[in-house]
Ligand binder design. Structure first.
Ligand SMILES: N[C@@H](CCC(=O)N[C@@H](CS)C(=O)NCC(=O)O)C(=O)O
Length: 219
């Protein structure tokens, strides 16, 4: 087994990479982060002092940042599902949508959840209000884009959908996607039905009590 993945099953960025691994059936060794096994966190910290996960180790080479890990998998462990198009011009659209989901869906979603974990006296209501406003703007923009697309960058499932799946999953739990965004809701449902993401969601079910805002009884 050449690949080791430092990850937690409930983490959205880890699910982004898990979707890519499951899409192509790439075998890997889990280095599961847990309080019961502090040694794994120590290993992660030695590999990447930012302590952000996931981190992939491939035959001794450390690869961090979910998008870069997925690009690495496409280059070094290619499978039948190409997550980045060969054509560089088409790949720009995939990377644009990948940046959109990281910066304008996941970042504000994590801001809201992160704030809820702070003591009352250290909370940032203005930052949370801004994050909620950004999510509404992002849902509106995405609704127009998805009106005539099956997947984030068009007809083919790609890197951008790997991130969209967990980010929209948790964004809806955090700041509900209103019925006025039907194309976003339908896209989120398509992502939930994709076997690679359905598997990641199922593996994370035992951790739902960890969701600080309270996991809704759906999905
Ligand atoms: N830019 C990173 C973000 C990764 C990230 O934020 N991961 C979260 C888990 S979903 C994390 O490491 N949280 C721990 C922390 O913030 O200390 C990527 O794309 O991989």
């Amino acid at each position: 087994m050449t690949l080791k993945l430092y990850a937690h099953p409930f983490s959205s960025y880890c699910q982004k990479v898990l979707v890519a691994l499951y899409e192509n059936g790439i075998p890997f060794e889990w280095r599961a982060l847990s309080h019961e096994n502090p040694q794994v966190m120590e290993e992660l910290t030695a590999l990447w002092p930012m302590k952000r996960f996931p981190v992939l180790v491939d035959a001794g080479r450390t690869v961090m940042e979910a998008s870069i890990i997925i690009e690495h998998l496409g280059l070094y462990h290619p499978g039948p599902v190409r997550l980045l198009p060969e054509d560089a011009r088409s790949a720009i659209e995939v990377r644009l949508m990948d940046r959109f989901f990281d910066n304008y869906i996941s970042t504000p979603q994590q801001k809201i959840v992160g704030d809820s974990l702070r003591p009352q006296t250290e909370r940032d209501p203005r930052g949370v209000a801004d994050a909620r406003a950004m999510l509404d703007t992002a849902y509106g923009w995405l609704d127009n884009v998805m009106a005539d697309r099956e997947w984030a960058a068009g007809d083919h499932f790609s890197l951008a959908d790997c991130g969209a799946a967990p980010f929209l999953f948790y964004a809806d739990w955090t700041h509900r996607i209103e019925a006025s965004f039907p194309h976003v809701i339908a896209y989120r449902q398509r992502l939930l039905a994709r076997p690679s993401f359905a598997r990641a969601v199922d593996e994370a079910r035992p951790y739902r009590p960890l969701f600080p805002l309270g996991a809704p009884d759906r999905d």
